[in-house]
Design a protein around this ligand. Structure first.
Ligand SMILES: [Zn+2]
Length: 381
């Protein structure tokens, strides 16, 4: 067993609601776990001593919503959108074409590069969805590839109805043969519940079929307009309703009175030049909020949680504390994980040393590479 004490922490944000912030702190790591957290003066001895030099330490970010298995490029679509074209769900089909033609090795190489990019920016837990294959075999292999990088794999056969297929036939496939092939590789089932993608009845049918095969649920809901997604997510006990950009009072109430987390994806609003969700309204109603990147080639091609934290503070009326909480503790809740997203004894030793005296700098100094060191499973990267 190897133990490391990280001392000289000017400010420790633990993510643990029982004691969120500790000044002049230390953390002790034993193997891949946190063994001790507290004031530096009381820290037990350890084999190795690392001095944080007065910097701020936070838990590794938990990015609970990402689409990393894909091929192709949508630079031109982004440029067109920035010249005034609007975003619709249909652009997904462009990526589907390229993904189907790509080899397993090419898809895995691309995903690995994005996971590395994320790690360098402090993300130590990531969820990865399928959804750019949309055939039985392409969805299955997308999930198998995703499983090489994370346990948080999500079956998103219901991303969009592929070109040339009748919607009812496709729902039958997604709830039948495709589900059967994908379930062994997935922890979660997800549906893009949106005009132009899947309606409320289809969403309920697909999620219910997933639940029957033992999958847990999460939903792409209320991104482009109001709709039934959020209420279905709450009704079926989904871990998370993601996007939540356009919410009625009834949607906010449903989230507040359920265990479903509202996962906000400000990179999508940034990249589609759309109005941001109102995090303040959700927080004031008592909803648990997470922030994630939605990293994908069409509507949010950022892998940066620090960027999303800055957006959340500037554009969604969150305080810096609420935003860093949503990016760590909130993400863990959205994945129903209790071993990540906070620093307390027994948790995984995933933590980030910021090149700053406070996590406030994540929003105060947007775009600046403030992630100095990342410990993942107790190892310094
Ligand atoms: Zn998404």
């Amino acid at each position: 067993m190897t133990s490391i004490v990280i001392c000289g922490i000017g400010l420790l944000y633990t993510g643990d609601p029982e004691r969120e912030e500790i000044g002049d702190a230390a953390v002790v790591i034993e193997d891949d776990r946190i063994a001790w957290v507290g004031e530096a003066g009381q820290a037990p001895d350890a084999d190795v001593r690392v001095d944080a030099g007065g910097r701020c330490v936070i838990p590794g970010f938990v990015d609970s919503h990402a689409h990393l298995v894909f091929a192709g490029d949508r630079t031109a679509e982004f440029a067109a959108r920035m010249s005034g074209q609007s975003y619709t769900a249909g652009g997904i089909r462009t990526t589907v074409e390229a993904t189907r033609q790509a080899s397993d090795a090419a898809l895995a190489t691309r995903a690995a590069a994005l996971v590395d990019e994320m790690l360098a920016q402090g993300t130590t837990t990531v969820e990865i969805k399928s959804g750019y294959g949309l055939t039985v075999e392409d969805e299955r292999r997308s999930l198998e590839i995703a499983g090489g990088f994370t346990d948080e794999t999500t079956y998103l056969g219901a991303h969009v109805v592929p070109a040339g297929i009748d919607a009812d036939d496709y729902v039958r496939l997604v709830t039948g043969e495709m589900l059967e092939a994908c379930a062994p590789y997935a922890k979660w089932v997800d549906v893009f519940c949106e005009r132009g993608a899947f309606d409320g009845d289809q969403t309920r049918e697909i999620l219910t079929a997933g639940i029957k095969t033992g999958l847990q649920t999460r939903v792409h809901a209320n991104q482009l307009g109001e709709g039934p997604g959020v209420r279905i997510a709450c009704e079926l006990g989904a871990a998370s309703a993601d996007h939540c950009t356009h919410l009625s009072d009834a949607d906010v109430q449903a989230l507040a009175s359920s265990a479903t987390v509202a996962t906000l994806l400000p990179g999508a609003e940034f990249s589609t030049r759309s109005p941001y969700p109102d995090a303040r309204r959700l927080l004031d109603a008592g909803v648990t909020v997470a922030i994630a990147t939605d990293c994908n080639p069409g509507s949010s091609f950022t892998s940066s949680m620090p960027f999303c934290v800055a957006l959340a503070v500037r554009e969604m009326r969150m305080t810096p504390l609420e935003a860093v909480r949503a990016a760590t503790y909130g993400g863990a809740r959205a994945l129903r994980r209790t071993d990540v997203g906070w620093l307390r004894p027994g948790a995984r030793a995933d933590l980030v040393v910021l090149d700053a005296p406070s996590y406030v700098h994540l929003a105060y100094r947007p775009g600046v590479p403030l992630v100095r060191q990342v410990f993942h499973d107790g190892l310094l990267l």
